[in-house]
Ligand binder design. Sequence first.
Ligand code: B12
Ligand code: SF4
Length: 478
Amino acid sequence: MIRTLLINPPYSLEERYGRNIKQFGAVTEPLGLAYLAAALEGAGREVAILDAPALGCDLGMTVEKITMEKWDLVGVTLLTPMFDSVRRLLGEIRRQAPHVLIVVGGAHASALPERTLAEIPEIDFLCIGEGEETIGELVAALEGVTSLSEISGLAFRHHGEIIRNRGRGFLKDIDGLPKPARHLLPMKSYQLTASRTKGSTFCPTIIAARGCPFDCQYCSHPAGRTFRHHSVERIIDELKELKDVYQATQVNLEADTLTLKRIFIKDLCRRLIEEELHVQWTCESRVDTVDAEILSLMKQAGCWQISYGVEAGVQRLLDSIQKGVTLEKIRETFLATKRAGITIRGFFMLGLPTETYAEAMETIRFAMNLDPLWAQFTITIPYPGTPMFNELLAQGKLRHENWSHYNTWGGWADRRLPHVPVGRTEKEVKEMQKKALRMFYLRPKMIWRFLRAISSLRDVSKYMRGFAVLVKTALKFG
Ligand code: B12
Ligand code: SF4
């Protein structure tokens, strides 16, 4: 029987966020891999997950764990900024365990399948899109039950040539999938950021839905354009598991836009209220999919925070990325959310194509006026597979395709930005990321708010460390 090891590669918090802010980063469950593992287990296969970042494993330790036991197939997830980490890992696996077959999947692999196979010669198979069915069929093919050419959504090498089979559509019914195999993950090692948690930072995730029909130009729609949600029953079932088995008191209900379907979010909230589970939750949403009625129901159902993708404080920029919302709508929804008693995390993008220095400042000021509890300012990265990437490439405005530098925290992690708006410099855009955080957080109002929120010594140390990092950047030490 084929034995499969699924690996979340050793991509450290320092690589993601840089030395200065790695301490504030999240270590989250690789739920994609847990879904794959559950599908394999459901088919009676032997499978394990090695979550290198959660276990604190570097490259050497990860390879050692792989070679200690005899695995036939290793499956690795690949997002764009992890490219070099994955390439190094696969090179070492090939060197130290040459018999092991290697399959990769994930957003980067799905966006650039042929190119990824060409750039990383150690990869044997590559999964495009959702992998639960593909990996099961791959294992069956490796056992000689079916042939590789029959597997939709698979690319692979054959006599030195790269073959790409027909595509596999997205799953219609995600409830048909077994619950993610959390029992194979080191659940107690996971932590969300302070900005997304209350008290303890243990806040596991439930994927409530996949897919999104909107047209944001910086999005590659890795889960497709059709919103597919789990049933309310299934979400409650996962919630109970997290509460009873892992003692979770708070969860993150993950979906590109949880509130997209009014009827679904209403049903979910009503059931959460009826069940009296007393689990607090957070989610991500769009400002144009909620109103006062939904927000009030969400609050009653235990929602204490919503993260909204605002992106820019300039209508011209919002229109250029086809966000489909107005500044007025953003203001209105922020107000309604605060009135409902739900706190807000706002996401803002700096360095959008054609953004000027003055417009970046306008976005920061807009964030300050909106005044969410937390704001995240990332540098725009044109990820492969997005309309933004294709357009910048066609216009000759991509500076390089060194994937490991495609990191939205480039200002802190000191990456070479793949794109800088015309007329501006990389140094200035990176500095803008730090400046945005300083302008937003080092306001007397914010300092007062955090002082009032302090409820433990741990909080004191957490806020002091954040404050110190921001002050250091102002003094040019960070
Ligand atoms: C939730 C989320 C997060 C959460 C994760 C929370 C958690 N507990 O999982 C947080 C906020 C921590 C996060 C962080 C990051 N994220 Co994120 N995230 C997402 C989001 C919104 C959903 C991911 C998800 O859970 N999907 C559901 C699961 C079931 O799907 P999945 O993980 O993709 O796995 C399926 C397939 O991809 C495939 N598959 C995946 N791996 C493998 C491996 C094998 C062997 C096989 C066969 C198949 C396979 O099968 C899986 C099951 O169907 C996506 C957008 C999206 N809609 O996908 C962005 C997204 C994946 N993130 C992205 C990025 C860039 C990041 C960061 C690198 C950002 C940063 N600069 O730090 C970090 C990296 C995190 C890390 N792992 O180190 C990008 C990736 C773009 C790209 N081209 O790589 C996306 C696509 C968003 C975007 N900008 O378009 N993220
Ligand atoms: S709303 Fe979010 S998931 Fe939907 S297209 Fe825009 S960025 Fe992508």
